[in-house]
Design a protein around this ligand. Sequence first.
Ligand code: GDP
Ligand code: IMO
Ligand code: MG
Length: 436
Amino acid sequence: MSNIAVLGAQWGDEGKGKIVDLFCERFDIVARYQGGHNAGHTVRIGERRFVLKLVPTGILRPDKQVVIGNGVVVDPAALLEEIRDLEHAGIRVHGRLAISNRAHVIFPFHRMVEKISEARPDRVAIGTTSRGIGPCYEDKTGRRGIRMGDLVDRESFPELYRALAEDKQILARAFQLKETIDFDAIRRRYAELAECLRPMVCDTAALLNRAIASGRRVLFEGAQGTMLDIDHGTYPFVTSSNATAGGAATGTGVPPTRIHGVIGVSKAYTTRVGGGPFPTEVRGQEGDRLREAGNEFGAVTGRPRRCGWFDVPVVRYTAMINGFDSLVITKLDVLDDLDPIPVCVAYRLNGREITDMPDTHRALEAVEPVYEFLPGWRSTTSGLTRYEDLPSRARQYLQFLAERTGVEIGCISTGPERAQTIFVPGSKLEALLAGA
Ligand code: GDP
Ligand code: IMO
Ligand code: MG
């Protein structure tokens, strides 16, 4: 029985939440493998709207188990608040959520380090979500981080905390911030939070591998998107984790041989939040129109998202890095009134046309997009559920994207609700969801 990863093919906010919520009906466990509460995955179920940050989206279906894998960074206060909000909304979390004992812990001083780094005049601001994500991963790779297993270990935690706090105290002093951080109060607070989290903390790699061995199916839920991946994205304008398919294995402890399919989620156009290159960005009124039509405002920070046209070189590249078996195209309905619709098919760089992804952000800043203009359909696709009901020009648009990116389109989203979805009959996606 196959396990699949569902992840972002662009710069995040592709609609992963909606798609994971929909697809996970066929799975037993949903596991997050990277990122933290920088993610904001929106799910609309009737009149209700949920924005999931750390808790995997599978929580919204009562019979699913959810796992926060070792590759995730956890802010205990943010997690407990999210759990509380879900329980208030009638979603049972206790008994269904397992947190990896190897996941790293975010502390308030991680946010301090991030602020310092983002504000330094000689450093380019990344435009982060200010959640302490990057500095927590820095401590992880610096081998001084504190993991969930350490946090809930009453004996080891104080000593580990003392060492880490000392490190940050030096930094705080250097930036004359000492007064604002009460390191003892943080330790006491975290010791309390640990008591609430302890029952959920376990060896999730063992849990997942046992579940798979007994025939249960796992859906790996990506956060952010491939172009924000620390290795393969538009470095340094990236997040600090592996949002790509490889991250699903390292971020959960499930071997790559047990991940049988990789599904990329992409918008019918492109958005990006924060700084960094964005070749197809449209500014001014045209950009505003796209932002309003797509309601493109950050689910976590409320920041307006930068908007632009579909970028074939981006999705071809992310398909290569992840090995997408199938693509889900979301928000097709947002393009309903546009005619013609520009699609970037290549870049021009130093007078040459290229279709590969340049390897530096400087080069990507310098490219000029080469557009083809596809005819718009000027009729509503909102809420359609059958491929044959799509206007022929919308089908033509989708076929064009599939041909140019080299990946089949297995599913099309025509609205934020579960039911507002088209499955393309006979697709590889259909077979993967069925368990083949
Ligand atoms: P994620 O981070 O990838 O889960 O995406 P976000 O939740 O941050 O942003 C996607 C937004 O688009 C959310 O507000 C969704 O409710 C909404 N959405 C998802 N699919 C569609 C769609 O097909 N059409 C429209 N109009 N909205 C959609
Ligand atoms: P989901 O899962 C879109 C962006 C930030 C910033 C960069 C680094 O909802 O798709 P960070 O706080 O991670 O260090 O910020 O990454 N970013 C996202 N953009 N969607 C997200 O998550 C994002 N998570 C981080 O805006 O540019
Ligand atoms: Mg989001």
